[in-house]
Design a protein. Structure first.
Length: 130
């Protein structure tokens, strides 16, 4: 098994833990006869707790030229939480509140925290300009 295969398995396990833990949120969105959670529970092994959310107090050091506002750090915290749990997400708010900055800050966070390796195949090339 390759290193990428192991990474994919780890991401899949993170997603299962996150979805199972938040079952009460997702289940009403499914058809009443859905067996999704039955299958997911059968595939899951061990603990069903996702990585907990934590509030970041400081912006990534790679983000220079200004200071992120509190609501932008909150958005970054959300992005990091979803990323660490292997989940996709979007930021949806009014125009001009810094979604682009928050997204770039997530990439900077990933580069600064090497434990997060989902982008490792391109991070050394793409993130050198941050």
């Amino acid at each position: 098994m390759t290193a990428n295969s192991f990474k994919r398995l780890a991401i899949d396990a993170s997603q299962r833990r996150f979805i199972l833990y938040h079952r009460q949120t997702f289940e009403p969105l499914l058809p009443s006869n859905s067996k999704f959670f039955d299958r997911l529970s059968a595939e899951a092994k061990g603990d069903h707790k996702p990585i907990p959310r934590r509030e970041l107090e400081d912006q990534p050091a790679l983000i220079k030229g200004g200071t992120m506002k509190d609501y932008q750090l909150l958005g970054l915290s959300f992005l990091v939480w979803m990323y660490e749990n292997g989940m996709n997400c979007i930021l949806g708010d009014e125009m001009g509140l810094g979604k682009t900055l928050q997204t770039l800050s997530l990439l900077a966070y990933v580069k600064e925290n090497q434990k997060c390796t989902r982008f490792s195949h391109w991070q050394n090339h793409s993130l050198t300009h941050l």
